[in-house]
Ligand binder design. Structure first.
Ligand code: ACO
Length: 322
């Protein structure tokens, strides 16, 4: 049986680092509040003129280098983002052009903070159905562009960045011990739109800013994340006891801790980057995978469960052996 195996990972963060203290000068907030309520200490913001496809391209190059591959070896690009450069074409085709690829196909996936989990699941399906052999899967965002800088309850929480993995179809015995994606679980429920959305868009002829009822999202997050992670593990014939690393969407340290607790796993089995990146939406999981590997946490053969929830609500999990 075939498997979609991660053969490369990389990330890119814009140069500018913004510590919490920077918000103290313009808003009624404090480093203490942001740290204790969210776990965030700093975040990166893209430079003026620096776009999502720029961040995505840099992450893609890092992942290709890590895999020892070139763009010619890739036959599909899936880019998870809610902050594409333009309404169209997709940011994925912009990355394709920058990489010098004239073969294959590229498209964006929009599932807000769950975007990377959705993109991984789609890439896995393309590989298992024989439509692609190697897929470059990117999460890239410039959420700084949709912040209302007068709203202290949202603008301190988000950051910009990009991460990427390369998935390759490989033959194998197809057991849970073999490397690759073992299972996926995707969910959405559009009734919860008002909890987290951007109040503008093309069809409403406006741009808009992110609006969030943070405590309401929080209420859904821990239960839904633990449930989707456990469902995905069950589909793979595994349980929480088998997990080496939870690589969660990095929105809030309290959600991350609550989900791990619910799954019965200690924080030493969780990759945490929220303190340095803030919430980078669809970029947070590939960023955490790349940083987790660079730190020496994630090693070949480790069992990983990634999970995310965001606007939609949309949520899901992917179980993979690294
Ligand atoms: N500085 C100081 N005080 C603040 C700030 C701030 N930056 N922001 C809000 N407050 C105040 C509020 O006004 C409120 O004051 P009040 O009690 O006088 O009304 C108080 O702090 C508590 O506010 P809550 O919203 O109840 O605080 P909570 O503990 O829930 O933390 C947070 C807020 C950090 C937003 C949290 O709810 C959270 O992380 N929610 C989930 C976010 C998330 O996961 N989003 C999904 C992914 S994102 C995506 O899909 C794009």
């Amino acid at each position: 049986a075939g498997r979609a195996v991660v053969v490369g990972v990389g990330h890119y963060l814009p140069e500018r680092v913004v510590p919490n203290s920077e918000f103290e000068t313009t808003l009624d907030t404090s480093d203490e509040w942001i740290r204790t309520r969210s776990g965030i200490e700093r975040r990166h913001f893209a430079a003026e003129g620096e776009t999502t496809s720029d961040l995505a391209f840099n992450a893609a190059e890092a992942a290709l280098k890590d895999a020892g591959l070139t763009a010619a070896d890739i036959d599909a690009i899936i880019l998870a983002t809610s902050t594409a450069d333009l309404t169209f074409p997709s940011a994925a085709t912009m990355v394709q052009a920058r990489l010098g690829m004239t073969n294959g196909f590229a498209f964006d996936v929009q599932a807000v903070c769950a975007g990377f989990v959705y993109a991984l699941s789609n890439a896995n399906a393309l590989i298992l159905s024989g439509q692609a052999k190697r897929v470059l899967v990117i999460g890239a965002e410039t959420f700084s562009r949709i912040m209302d800088w007068t709203d202290r309850s949202t603008c301190v929480l988000f950051g910009d960045g990009a991460g990427a993995v390369i998935l390759e179809g490989q033959e194998g015995a197809g057991t849970a011990q073999d490397r690759g994606i073992l299972s996926t679980d995707l969910n959405s429920d559009g009734r919860y739109k008002d909890l987290l959305y951007v109040d503008g868009g093309v069809s409403t002829q406006s741009t808009g800013y992110l609006r969030m009822q943070g405590n309401q999202v929080f209420r859904h997050a821990v239960d839904k994340l633990a449930a989707t992670a456990e469902t995905a593990l069950e589909k793979a014939g595994l349980s929480c006891d088998d997990v080496d690393w939870i690589v969660p969407h990095q929105a809030n340290i309290r959600i991350i801790q609550g989900t791990a607790r619910k799954m019965g796993l200690p924080m030493k089995n969780v990759v945490v980057t929220v303190q340095d990146h803030g919430n980078t939406s669809a970029a947070s999981i590939p960023l955490a995978l790349s940083v987790g590997k660079a730190r020496g946490q994630i090693k070949q053969g480790d069992l990983i469960v990634t999970e995310a929830i965001g606007g939609g609500l949309a949520w899901g999990a992917v179980v993979l052996r690294w």
